[in-house]
Write a protein that binds this ligand. Structure first.
Ligand SMILES: [Zn+2]
Length: 487
């Protein structure tokens, strides 16, 4: 099948006007000028997307689809009070509710042009089923929590049993649930020690060892809020207050490590090339050096970080030292929607804001680092944030050999997105030479999830921008109704 559009954005190369992508058996066979590919493949069926750009499917590097029903749950508020409210509100939902919530989230991802997700989940199997139903490529990291080392053996046993169930679910059927393994896009399990404020150093170490032995990738929320840093340094903060309010702080024998969150995770042996560090907002120059040295990747979630008043991660600075930084929406408990175009715009805006204000990661006082050493704080470009939502996201997940760019040999995860700017449309309508438009700047500047016309995963069209299935929407609304509106 030949897909043609006004523009093809391979990401690994420059935008191509009037381009085409040849897809055969779920794989990209060729990318090039539409006229040349038509001439070379005269018998091939052709689908044209007028007024659109074709680009690689978007990679959402961090989601919690189980929490989709919490959409609109919170206005901007501090991290500690948000967490307290979430811990209490989630008790209103049961396993079926979380499954309905995840199913809606997966369909919404496909409708929004997301073809791959890296989801952290406390149950996991429902998310695997949801991702498979919607046709998404996915990695579902099973969460593990525990500050009380007396309970560590039970925690590890529960994790191993949960992972065995999750892996069985991953090995299940294709999109229709009855085909054999190997059909459809990859669906795999990972493990997620939740965060430094919920996971002891010993548990981090045990989980990291277990993951290496089992060949599993790891994701962990680190250095998200100032409250997390304060808890690790001082032993008390808005987080411990939220735990107490939810009756979850039972005098565990936990003492603060008195180090930064990144150094805490690194010292526990849990920072490596298999690790996805979610957030990395509260990081200093030493932390960034540690991330680069360990080859850990980062999931940058700028809208969630802004909403919870956590600040803005130094994404450009991390990328400048070789850290792979993908983009994520985080959950709908801390974001408005799963629109990766909105995420790209915010990433661009906060990066430009950081650069303009001269913000830079605090220089470490550690030996060998001069506190007033100049530190370049460059801003991201539209092309850079589009790469974060595609190829860099794929690299962050270790999937760049399969996806993230339109190149011969990669899996056919492709989306068509309508270009909306009137200037570009009129330029094309005039038919007078090349259009005076930069499609990358236009997409990052103006596109929304509603502009996605087609989502293809592994050569199969999983959505044509249409509404979600009525039964998925209905079940989801029932769950939303259980959650009290914000007071
Ligand atoms: Zn998260």
């Amino acid at each position: 099948m030949l897909l043609e559009a006004d523009w093809v954005l391979p990401i690994s190369g420059p935008p191509m006007e009037r381009g085409a992508v040849l897809v055969v058996d779920g794989t990209i066979e060729a990318v090039g000028p539409a006229a040349a590919l038509r001439a070379r493949h005269p018998g091939e069926s052709v689908e044209t997307f007028p007024g659109c750009a074709l680009l690689p499917g978007l990679v959402n590097s961090h989601s919690h689809l189980e929490y989709s029903a919490f959409r609109g749950f919170t206005r901007a508020r501090g991290f500690g009070s948000w967490m307290g409210r979430l811990l209490l509100a989630r008790r209103k939902l049961d396993a079926d509710d979380f499954a309905a919530s995840a199913l809606w989230g997966a369909y919404e991802c496909a409708r929004s042009g997301v073809t791959s997700i890296a989801d952290t989940a406390f149950e996991g199997e429902a998310v695997v089923r949801a991702a498979r139903a919607a046709g998404l490529r996915s990695r579902v990291y099973l969460e593990v929590f525990g500050l009380d080392d007396d309970r560590l053996p039970q925690t590890m046993a529960r994790l191993e049993a949960g992972l065995a169930r999750l892996q069985r679910e991953c090995e299940g059927g294709g999109r229709d649930g009855c085909a054999g393994p190997g059909r459809g896009p990859k669906v795999e399990a990972g493990v997620s020690p939740h965060a430094p404020y919920t996971v002891s150093a010993r548990l981090y170490r045990e989980v990291a060892r277990f993951a290496r032995r089992a060949g599993l990738r790891v994701a962990t929320h680190v250095a998200e809020s100032r409250a997390e840093v304060d808890l690790l340094i001082r032993g008390t903060s808005a987080i411990s207050q939220a735990y107490r309010a939810a009756h979850l702080w039972n005098g565990q024998k936990w003492s603060p490590p008195r180090s930064s969150p990144i150094r805490y995770v690194a010292a526990a042996g849990a920072l490596g090339r298999e690790t996805l560090v979610i957030h990395a907002v509260q990081v200093d120059a030493d932390d960034i050096a540690l991330l680069a040295m360990s080859e850990a990747a980062v999931a940058h979630c700028p809208r969630s970080n802004l909403r919870l008043r956590c600040g803005a991660a130094p994404a450009a600075e991390m990328m400048s030292v070789g850290v792979h930084v993908g983009l994520g929406t985080d959950s709908l408990a801390s974001n408005e929607n799963l629109d990766m175009f909105a995420e790209m715009r915010t990433a661009l805006r906060v990066s430009v804001g950081r650069a303009a204000s001269g913000a830079r990661p605090r220089a470490s006082k550690a030996e060998g680092v001069t506190p007033d050493e100049p530190c370049v704080s460059a801003a991201l470009t539209p092309a850079a944030v589009l790469r974060m939502a595609t190829l860099e996201g794929a690299r962050a997940l270790g999937w760049d050999h399969m996806i993230g760019s339109l190149e011969a040999g990669k899996r056919a995860d492709i989306i068509a997105v309508a270009l909306r700017s009137p200037e570009s449309v009129s330029a094309r309508a005039r038919g007078s030479g090349p259009a005076q438009v930069d499609p990358v700047t236009e997409l990052v500047g103006a596109a929304t999830a509603a502009d996605v016309r087609m989502t293809m995963v592994e050569g199969e069209v999983v959505c044509r921008g249409s509404a979600l299935p009525a039964e998925v929407e209905r079940a989801f609304r029932k769950v939303c109704a259980k959650l009290a509106p914000e007071g």
